[in-house]
Design a protein around this ligand. Structure first.
Ligand code: TRP
Length: 354
């Protein structure tokens, strides 16, 4: 087993990934694969919290996400893919952690509240819906991960996870509550207190120029978009500028994309200068932004295409099967340590597969 510090992060299979996922988290994941022992989780159980009656969609999206990951450069030879529903330790830890969090603390979690609002769940969400936030603590802690690369919207969940880790280590391992976050394991705790890591652009705007890029808002450029889609979507980016001779502010979605995807910083500076001087129209900048995004996405699209269809599905399933074995080695060891700390130890168990 690797001695590098561990990363755990993941995505819920609710659809295709987009540029916001790239700058928020995927880029960090790809970059950190050598430095850390990386576990990337498909949160398929979480998908059931809002779509329990759509198992076929969840299965399809599960395969799609893994394909997107491989296409952007997550390397199954260096990193471990984790299918959440195949890791029993996660479900078990969720139960124990649920007892360490006050009910009202969970319900105050701002990310949960924002999701209830955004998805229009009102007061008729399932019992399991808020439970997923506790489950997310278990995802991370089952791997005793120290670092969690995520989009900004996930930081509230990471904060809750940090609280759970400290509380468990305090209650069951006798670690003093004033211990510095970095010292919990050294002081005898089972769980490290993990840190979130937000990408270089915390909040990528959508093409509407107003809200964060999101599949459900219809303002996303997907990793699999073809050149034509990209052109069309970039042509519609909202900047609020009235005329090409207006001195424009580069504090808009258009230039956010330019800063994120231009290869040539000199060209970026030049365009920004022309734009603020009112010497170039939005249309010309949009064309260059579309070209830059297309150049970035072209190799991703090609790798993605190689995984299309039934052969791609079979390949992904085979990877998931093999990686689950590896993932369970770590998660089962964690569960064993946690149960021993809770005086639940009756000896080690082994998971099998026929
Ligand atoms: N809730 C995350 C999202 O929807 C996905 C997720 C599940 C996750 N478990 C995780 C992210 C653990 C980081 C760590 O984006």
């Amino acid at each position: 087993m690797s001695t590098r510090p561990r990363i755990l992060t993941g995505d819920t299979p609710t659809g295709r990934l987009h540029l916001g996922h790239w700058v928020g988290s995927l880029e960090n994941r790809v970059r950190l694969q050598d430095e850390y022992d990386c576990y990337f989780l498909i949160a398929n159980m979480h998908a059931f919290t809002t779509r329990a009656e759509k198992p076929a969609d969840i299965r399809r999206d599960t395969l799609e996400i893994v394909k997107d990951w491989i296409a952007v450069g997550i390397d199954p030879d260096r990193s471990t893919l984790v299918l959440q529903t195949e890791i029993p330790a996660i479900a078990e830890l969720t139960w124990y952690f649920a007892m360490l969090l006050p009910f009202n603390r969970v319900m105050r979690n701002p990310t949960l509240k924002a999701e209830i609002e955004a998805k229009g769940l009102g007061d008729h969400y399932s019992f399991g819906f808020p439970l997923y936030a506790v489950g997310q603590c278990a995802d991370i802690l089952a791997f005793r991960a120290e670092l969690v690369p995520v989009g900004e919207d996930q930081l509230a969940h990471i904060e809750m996870c940090r609280e759970v880790a400290r509380r468990f280590d305090h209650v069951y391992c006798g670690v003093a509550p004033e211990t510095a976050d970095g010292d919990y394991v050294a002081k005898g705790g089972v769980f490290p207190v993990p840190e979130g890591l937000v990408g270089r652009i915390a909040r990528l705007l959508g093409t509407d120029g107003k809200q964060k890029m999101s599949k459900s808002l219809g303002n996303a450029i997907f990793l699999g978009d073809e050149a034509g889609d990209i052109k069309k979507k970039c042509g519609k980016i909202f900047t609020g500028r009235q005329s090409p001779t207006d001195p424009g502010s580069t504090d808009n979605a258009l230039f956010q994309y330019a800063r994120a995807f231009f290869k040539d910083p000199a060209r970026l500076a030049e365009l920004a200068q022309l734009y603020t001087a009112g010497q170039i129209g939005d249309g010309a900048v949009k064309q260059e932004v579309a070209a830059a995004i297309d150049a970035f996405l072209a190799p991703i699209r090609d790798r993605r295409r190689a995984l299309d269809g039934a052969a791609g599905d079979a390949h992904v399933l085979e990877l998931l099967r093999a990686h689950t074995v590896r993932a369970n080695q770590v998660a089962e060891e964690t569960l064993y340590l946690a149960k021993a700390a809770m005086q639940l130890d009756v000896g080690r168990r082994t998971l099998g597969r026929a």
